[in-house]
Design a protein around this ligand. Structure first.
Ligand SMILES: Cc1ncc(COP(=O)(O)O)c(C=O)c1O
Length: 458
């Protein structure tokens, strides 16, 4: 090990502090008494984090957060990838506040609904029309409904290698966590594999004239093989189905124009959310006029009840989104996300090599959306080792369920994270050699979408 690495290790170990989580513990008990699961979003829940972790955050600024005990952390994947500019990002907060002072919900539509539609379609320029909503799930579900009405067909084909499309029954019925959903609903959703055109063609052959739409991310952890996305679109058009891209994660991250721009394949419909409003609740269904207009007033076909809710176009969320789009354009945010992700990737890969963790700890995905996989001594995917790694990162002041960067992760934050990774990797290596029980404090995390498996709470 060279001097630089020695220094790095020294700093990494020096940064290991014992953190007091007693406030978190006390709050956890109360939270589980009052809220099923102790949180309003499963991915934030206790079963997703090590026992030694901050359980509740009280404030954030940039890429940093502070928990109920006053501990400070650098965060990754902030707000489930929604907060791409940074927590409490002033220009966005101010734009929302200015709008709130003008009123947030009127009897007739607000002018800003049209302003944002224009700005959005200027960026997502393969689409002719857009409709805004509050959640990603609302808009993927709206895409499915619209496709069914447009085609007069009932079945949906989803890419089963992509983890999530909606909280609604058409998707959740296909997961392990399908309690409460009639079995018949699951029979309406068929599955194909990514980068496997034949698996989609087989579905079209098996259910001729019955598949309304194909729902997929243009890219998740694995990139498309050359030509694949175009072939999917071609197959959809040949068989009369609507192609829907879920751009919840890729939108405003792969490219300002989404993964559809990045890969040069324009879907018939696409669904956006997350990064659109830097954490404010806003999502969008965008697409071709011929399909979208079925949700409008100027046609003679049966009307589609397309996204109409009381809070659907709250003006402050639209103002936040307008400002977010402006900042994205003016400050080249997407380029920055790729650059910082690349910096982090190089440093993490260096640490993997120095700690002899090849085959045990792996980075995956594009630099703008880095995730990691953890394996045990036998090289099998391991939730216990994932928990251990997150535990050691938290010990070093970093909350890292992923390495998804934001516009607020500076070079210094990335370097500080790399030091924490190095320290966590040292412990990972020792654990591979010495056994998980020796180093993991408490139980491992669990996947969200599981059927049973009781998880003891505080
Ligand atoms: C790819 C993808 N699609 C859809 C959704 C649903 O979005 P929301 O949680 O805003 O309903 C998510 C949420 O994580 C997602 O990751």
């Amino acid at each position: 090990m060279g001097v630089a690495q020695n220094e790095m290790l020294g700093q990494a170990l020096a940064a290991v502090g014992s953190r007091d989580f007693s406030g978190s513990r006390a709050f956890q008990a109360k939270a589980h008494r009052l809220i099923p699961g102790g949180a309003h979003t499963y991915a934030k829940g206790d079963d997703q984090y090590p026992e030694q972790a901050p359980a509740f955050i009280v404030r954030g600024k940039g890429c940093r957060v502070w928990d109920v005990d006053g501990n400070e952390f650098i965060e990754y994947g902030m707000g489930l990838r929604a907060v791409t500019l940074g927590h409490a990002f002033e220009p966005v907060v101010e734009a929302a506040y200015r709008q709130m002072q003008l009123g947030i919900n009127f009897t007739r539509p607000a002018k800003i609904e049209v302003d944002l539609a224009e700005a959005f379609l200027d960026v997502i320029n393969g689409a002719d029309m857009v409709k805004f909503a509050k959640n990603g799930s609302d808009v993927t579900t709206a895409a499915v409904k619209l496709a069914r009405a447009y085609t007069g067909r009932d079945l949906i084909a989803i890419c089963c290698d992509h983890p999530f499309f909606s909280t609604d029954d058409w998707f959740i019925a296909t997961t392990e966590m399908n309690a409460g959903i009639p079995y018949v609903v699951s029979e309406m959703t068929l599955k194909f594999h990514y980068n496997d055109l034949e698996s989609l063609r087989e579905l079209f052959d098996q259910y001729p004239g019955r598949i309304a739409c194909v729902v997929m991310e243009a890219e998740a952890a694995t990139p498309p093989i050359p030509g694949y996305l175009n072939q999917v679109k071609g197959l959809c058009e040949e068989r009369g189905a609507v192609l829907v891209f879920d751009e919840m994660i890729t939108g405003f991250r792969w490219h300002l124009g989404g993964a559809q721009k990045f890969h040069g394949v324009v879907p018939h419909l696409s669904a956006f959310g997350k990064a659109m409003g830097n954490g404010f609740a806003i999502s969008a269904l965008a697409g071709k006029r011929e399909i979208m207009r079925l949700g409008g007033l100027d046609h003679d076909q049966p009307r589609v009840f397309l996204l109409s809710t009381t809070h659907g176009a709250e003006t402050h969320a639209l103002a936040a989104s307008l400002e977010t789009l402006r900042i994205y354009r003016e400050r080249h945010v997407v380029d920055f996300l790729w650059k910082q992700g690349e910096r982090l990737r190089a440093l993490v890969n260096q640490s993997i090599a120095e700690n002899r963790l090849e085959g045990f700890f792996e980075l995956m995905g594009r630099p703008c959306n880095l995730v990691f996989a953890t394996c045990d001594q036998e090289g099998n995917r391991s939730q216990a080792f994932r928990t251990l790694f997150m535990q050691e990162m938290i010990r070093r002041g970093v909350i890292a369920p992923s390495f998804v960067v934001s516009f607020s992760h500076t070079d210094a934050d990335i370097d500080r994270t790399a030091e924490a990774v190095y320290g966590a990797h040292v412990v990972y290596r020792k654990t591979l050699d010495g056994g998980i029980d020796k180093y993991l404090e408490g139980r491992p995390v669990k996947p969200v979408n599981r059927r049973f498996n009781y998880f003891k709470t505080a």
